[in-house]
Design a protein around this ligand. Structure first.
Ligand code: 9D3
Length: 416
């Protein structure tokens, strides 16, 4: 899509004053001075004929709010159209419009003349849309008070595509960066600010290393923040493979866990280790919530094997799994696992918890308290505290899920 050499914008609004500041500043101000864009503001009320310069009226059929009358709009359009050649492509800024994105900006920049109609109130009479408007454009799925600010965004984005507006190489750079990836992080002096240091590689002077680092940051950021962009991004096969392998540390490690419509479904084993009338609970160091140790099942993994694996990983403990005591369906809202589909974000969980009995090696029975770790050997490792609890002690701590507390109490009672 070749941009026009210069673009004329005609803006039809009841608030022409809203445009005055922004159009005189910075890039748009210079582009106008240089004749690269030409902006003409038109006050819709100039085409009214009553004393109050009325542009709105009640909606037929009733309902809240007012609707912009068709007559002043048609009269204005008919007066503005012949002010220049060619006739303008008429755009109505509207929440019902096509979403403004890079592709639409490029399409619009190919027109030498655009007329931007800004609505207020609940919008314009439908006959304006049917018979005078070429395209409706929205700037996003959120509500603003009228079409003026969206029109300004459109104008700014389109003007930047006109050759010369960005001062020659700027527009080219914008184009070459259009590989569909997010930008790399930027730093300036000082090299250390409030103890926060700029990454070493940027100070190294190794241009090739800097370029490699920036490219990797762009790939990782896009994956972490805008995975929707990855499909359409320009990447080498090698980069795609590398990124898939990184998977931001959230590659599916084979857990029986899936995210569907923002709900994380998972199967989890909870290890109920009892000894001498006590049950083993753990918590993240410093936290207040105690729970049974355990973790997600891997796909196809027997419950007993999952119990053994999780206790080995978390506590370096070789347990002997016994029978399944209970199966609970748990619903909760919590940060998801860091290495699963929710990648640590808060999410709704629908969990099948399988509670399996286990006996621990004697040396752990003798230790009232001991430590372990979760995600051992990863950058996200954190310390766990394990403690044996007697039935009477359970009432004084926050045990989750709450439903297991009475079950544990009854179990310990039966074991006495
Ligand atoms: C009864 C519902 N109306 C008010 C909440 C709907 C409504 C009417 C008019 C919502 C917004 C507006 C004014 N907005 C625009 O004219 C507009 C707009 C927007 O609100 N969001 C994103 N893009 C655009 S382009 C024009």
């Amino acid at each position: 899509m070749t941009p026009a050499a210069s673009i004329r914008f005609d803006i039809l609004t009841i608030f022409p004053g809203m445009f005055v500041g922004p159009l005189d500043q910075s890039i748009l101000g210079r582009a106008r001075q240089d004749g690269l864009i030409d902006v003409h503001l038109h006050d819709l009320r100039d085409w009214t004929h009553d004393r109050h310069r009325t542009v709105d009226d009640y909606p037929f059929g009733g309902g809240a709010g007012m609707v912009m009358k068709p007559e002043p709009i048609f009269e204005a359009l008919e007066a503005i159209r012949p002010l220049a050649e060619p006739a303008p492509y008429v755009i109505y800024l509207s929440p019902q419009g096509r979403r403004l994105d890079r592709a639409l900006v490029d399409e619009l920049a190919a027109h030498p003349r655009l007329l931007l109609l800004c609505g207020r109130y609940e919008g314009v009479d439908e006959r304006v849309l049917a018979h005078a408007v070429d395209l409706e454009v929205s700037v996003g799925d959120f509500v603003v008070s009228g079409g003026e600010l969206p029109a300004m965004m459109l104008l700014d984005a389109v003007a930047r595509r006109v050759p010369g507006v960005l001062g020659g190489e700027g527009s080219l750079a914008e184009e070459s960066f259009e590989d569909g990836l997010l930008e790399y992080p930027q730093f300036t002096r000082p090299a250390v600010f409030r103890e926060w240091a700029v990454p070493d590689v940027l100070l190294s002077g190794h241009h090739a290393e800097v370029e490699k680092w920036r490219r990797r940051e762009r790939l990782l950021r896009t994956q972490a923040r805008r995975p929707d962009l990855l499909e359409g991004a320009v990447m080498t096969a090698k980069e795609r493979a590398w990124l898939a392998a990184q998977a931001g540390g959230v590659a599916d490690p084979g857990f029986a866990q899936r995210e569907v419509d923002g709900v994380i479904f998972q199967a989890r084993v909870a290890v109920v280790a009892t000894s001498q009338g006590r049950v083993l609970l753990h918590r993240t160091a410093g936290d207040t919530i105690w729970s049974l140790p355990g973790g997600r099942l891997k796909v196809g993994e027997p419950v007993a094997e999952a119990a053994r694996r999780e206790m080995q990983e978390e506590a370096g403990m070789r347990v002997r799994p016994g029978e399944i005591l209970w199966v609970h369906e748990n619903f909760f809202e919590f940060a998801s696992a860091l290495d699963g589909p929710g990648a640590g974000r808060p999410a709704r969980h629908h969990e099948i918890g399988i509670y399996v009995e286990a006996t621990v090696p004697p040396r752990f029975e003798e230790q009232a308290v001991f430590t372990g770790s979760e995600l051992a050997g990863t950058a996200r490792e954190f310390a766990l505290e394990f403690r044996w609890f007697e039935a009477a002690e359970l009432a004084s701590v926050d045990v989750r899920p709450a439903a297991v507390r009475p079950r544990l109490e009854a179990l310990l009672e039966a074991r006495r």
